[in-house]
Unconditional design. Structure first.
Length: 102
């Protein structure tokens, strides 16, 4: 059986007589004739992060849009495994993004 909420495969919990979604927590009552009712999962505590939070390293690279001399950077494997990585920059001032192939 598939979860009516997130469409993932549900697991039977025969002790409680319900189907349980391990992904979102939705439960559905088991019957011999099919599905009777679905119940919503209990709410969990959630942390909301507002604003821009960056924990990326900073490099001395000049932004071509605003002239700022600092940018965040990450390495990503954008091509084949036998190719070098691509360095992606984001300006710390204006947010402009560009990449540099190694």
């Amino acid at each position: 059986m598939f979860c009516p909420k997130c469409k993932r495969l549900m697991r039977p919990d025969r002790d409680r007589g319900k189907w349980v979604c391990k992904s979102c927590g939705t439960t559905v009552k088991m019957t011999g004739q099919g599905v009777v009712a679905a119940t919503e999962p209990t709410l969990r505590e959630m942390t909301v992060i507002e604003g821009k939070v960056a924990t990326l390293p900073v490099a001395k690279e000049e932004c071509t849009q605003c002239g700022n001399t600092e940018a965040y950077w990450v390495l990503r494997q954008t091509r084949g495994a036998d190719e070098p990585e691509t360095r992606i920059f984001e300006c710390t001032k204006c947010g402009y993004k560009w990449r540099e192939y190694q």
